[in-house]
Ligand binder design. Structure first.
Ligand SMILES: [Zn+2]
Length: 341
């Protein structure tokens, strides 16, 4: 495994300082598994202004289909062969079919009756329960031996900057036989890695990262938390790897609780930077994919220009899938680490 980086330099002349020469560094990193490149550049202090949440949220509950007065009336139901009772519930959480499906087995799970939950009030108990509800849905699909019950995925878009079209906290829950792009690339690269090294890529990554400590945060239960060497997000990505587990279906209730504990710590740490939005995705193999390890990515989302609402994804990322991170992941590690000590 190699952590490759190409350092670059840009020279500019500053008209405000008698055309004094200034050198601006940047770096192109390669993901050690897939070779995907990420640019570390646009260096800035990772600090943003939080918006006026009250003004942002005001009135959105009136048309929210996930609020308690509407969720059991307006959300669709599964056909009886999938979920005989139509929708699955636990306490005040409801799981129902995604009305805008991108695969045949897509669901949405609300994380409670409360319309707006600030990031720091998404409790570990609530996360664990919502992940458990998604797992119950997956288990039903497994029992039915559904042909699409192959990769079991939870995606989380928290608040609008992350791509969420609603304020009400919810998860995207789906099972598919079609692995999404980056996950498919990882599956292929990880199989090749194991064939050439007779070891598992993520096992090797965790021991290496633990040894150097540069990007390693800590452990909750059997889950290791670390910063990605070549992040997708502008404020870094945190990777959580579950020891010895190759697929979502291998997660225990304790794992779900330990995942929630780690996520709550990340939210607390990123909140200090003024970040209030993130994406979180599960990445999974099949239960028999010993070359894979279940992991998730937590990627905070923000703006290039907050006043204009300019998203943190532009042409470079959208059309080239080339990413920008505005600080070295090793520096971000130091900012997040106190939460894991
Ligand atoms: Zn709502």
């Amino acid at each position: 495994m190699q952590f490759k980086a190409q350092r670059k330099e840009t020279v500019v002349l500053n008209p405000l300082k008698d055309m004094a020469q200034r050198s601006i560094p940047s770096e192109i990193r390669e993901d050690p598994l897939t070779g995907r490149t990420a640019r570390i550049c646009h260096f800035m202090k990772l600090q943003w202004e939080k918006p006026d949440f009250e003004a942002m949220v005001a009135g959105t509950e009136k048309t929210c289909p996930f609020c308690a007065d509407k969720v059991m009336k307006v959300t669709p139901c599964f056909p009886p062969e999938l979920v005989p009772e139509g929708r699955m519930t636990v306490d005040d959480m409801v799981l129902f079919p995604n009305i805008a499906p991108y695969d045949s087995l897509g669901a949405v799970a609300t994380m409670g009756a409360r319309h707006y939950t600030p990031m720091l009030e998404v409790t570990t108990g609530r996360m664990t329960k919502a992940f458990g509800l998604a797992m119950d849905f997956f288990k039903r699909l497994e029992t039915l031996s559904h042909p699409e019950s192959v990769y079991h995925l939870i995606n989380w878009n928290f608040m609008p900057p992350s791509g969420s079209s609603l304020i009400h906290t919810h998860l995207q829950v789906f099972a598919t036989s079609s692995a999404p792009n980056l996950m498919r690339e990882e599956l292929n690269a990880a199989r090749t890695y194991t064939e050439s090294n007779q070891t598992n890529y993520w096992d090797d990554l965790v021991s290496l990262e633990k040894e150097t400590g540069e990007r390693y945060l800590g452990r909750t239960g059997r889950i290791d938390w670390l910063l990605s060497y070549a992040p997708l997000g502008v404020a870094g990505d945190v990777l959580a790897i579950v020891d010895g587990v190759s697929s979502t279906m291998g997660l225990t209730d304790t794992d779900l609780a330990d995942i929630s504990t780690g996520l709550a710590r990340l939210m607390k740490a990123y909140d200090r930077m003024g970040i209030y939005s993130f994406n979180m995705n599960f990445f999974t193999g099949r239960p028999s994919d010993d070359f894979y390890r279940f992991h998730l990515l937590f990627s905070p989302r923000t703006f290039f220009n907050q006043a204009l609402g300019t998203p943190d994804i532009g042409a470079l990322r959208n059309l080239f899938n080339e990413t920008l991170c505005m600080a070295f992941p090793e520096d971000i590690t130091r900012m997040l680490k106190p939460e894991f000590e």
